[in-house]
Design a protein around this ligand. Structure first.
Ligand SMILES: [Zn+2]
Length: 263
C-alpha cells in the first residue's frame, strides 16, 4: 500500500468544514470538542499514544516535549483517529517532524507517515499557507510561530508549493542533517547530495551567538563547479541557535536557474 497524500489532505479539508475550524488552530480545544481525553504525562521514550477502548478515546502526550512538538504529536494522534483505515485500538508513536530524526518505533511506518502528513495539514492547511507570504526563511519562522508548528514542518510544506528554486536545510554544528528542495532532485545543480558540512564561503561562519542573516553570496561553494561563475549570486538565509548548536538555511537559487536556463 502506498501513501495517498491527496486523500489525507481532502480528509483534513472535510474536517475543517465539518467542525468549522478557525486558524490559528487551538488544537487542545479541538480535541476537547471531540470528547477525547487529552493528558500530558511522562510517556518515557514515546511522543504520544492514542487509545480507544470500549468507545472511550484517549490521547496521551509526553509532557516533557516543547509546545510545538506537543501540537504536532496531538495532530498526529488525531490522524490515527480520523484516517479511515487506521483502525487499531492502540498506537504508540514517535513523530518525525524532522526536529528529531529517529524513526518510528511503531511497526507500521506507513501509518506513521500518514499521521504526520495529517498533522501538518491540520495545523497549517495548504490553502491557508498559500495566502501567507512564505518566500523567505524569516517568513517561514513567522508562520511557524503563528500556527504553532515547527520551522522544519512549515518548511516542508512551503517547499511543496514553492515555485522558485529553493533549498531548505537543517544543520547541527556545521553538518547538514537533511534538506528538502522545491525543485525535487538537487544533484544536478549543486553538491548538496554529497555535502556533509556547510561550505567555507557561507556566512554561517561569521554569525555570533544567536544569529540571523540574509546575504547575496557568490554561488561558489554551495554549487558544483560548472555553476560557479562568481557573478551569479545566490541568496543565503540562516537562522542559527548557537546555544543548541543547530539551525536552518534557506538557499534561493533563482538567479542561477535563470542564468543557466535550468528547469
Ligand atoms: Zn502514530
Amino acid at each position: 500500500m502506498k501513501i495517498n497524500e491527496k486523500r489525507i489532505l481532502s480528509t483534513v479539508k472535510d474536517i475543517i468544514e465539518i467542525f468549522n475550524l478557525t486558524y490559528p488552530l487551538d488544537i487542545d480545544e479541538f480535541v476537547e470538542k471531540l470528547n477525547i481525553d487529552l493528558k500530558f504525562i511522562d510517556t518515557g521514550n514515546c511522543d504520544g499514544l492514542f487509545l480507544c477502548h470500549k468507545g472511550k478515546k484517549k490521547i496521551l502526550i509526553n509532557k516533557s516535549a516543547n509546545r510545538l512538538r506537543k501540537n504536532f504529536t496531538i495532530g498526529h494522534e488525531l490522524g490515527h483517529y480520523f484516517i479511515e483505515h487506521h483502525l487499531s485500538q492502540l498506537y504508540d508513536c514517535n513523530i518525525e517532524d524532522k526536529n528529531n530524526i529517529k524513526g518510528s518505533v511503531n511497526s507500521n511506518r506507513l501509518f506513521e507517515q500518514e499521521a504526520d502528513i495529517f498533522s501538518g495539514e491540520l495545523l497549517l492547511p495548504t490553502e491557508i499557507l498559500r495566502k501567507e507570504n512564505y518566500c523567505s526563511l524569516d517568513r517561514i519562522r513567522t508562520i511557524s510561530k503563528k500556527y504553532g508548528i515547527s520551522i522544519p514542518a512549515t518548511a516542508i510544506k512551503v517547499m511543496h508549493i514553492q515555485k522558485e528554486p529553493m533549498v531548505f536545510m537543517q544543520f547541527n554544528k556545521n553538518s547538514i542533517i537533511w534538506h528538502q528542495s522545491s525543485i525535487g532532485e538537487t544533484s544536478n545543480c549543486h553538491n548538496l547530495s554529497n555535502m556533509l558540512s556547510i561550505p567555507d564561503t557561507s556566512h554561517f561562519y561569521k554569525l555570533n551567538k544567536y544569529g540571523y542573516t540574509m546575504r547575496e553570496i557568490s554561488s561558489y561553494g554551495w554549487l558544483v563547479d560548472e555553476f560557479d561563475d562568481p557573478s551569479v549570486k545566490i541568496k543565503e538565509e540562516i537562522i542559527y541557535c548557537k546555544d543548541y548548536d543547530y539551525g536552518y538555511i534557506l538557499l534561493d537559487l533563482s538567479e542561477v536557474y535563470k542564468r543557466y536556463e535550468l528547469e
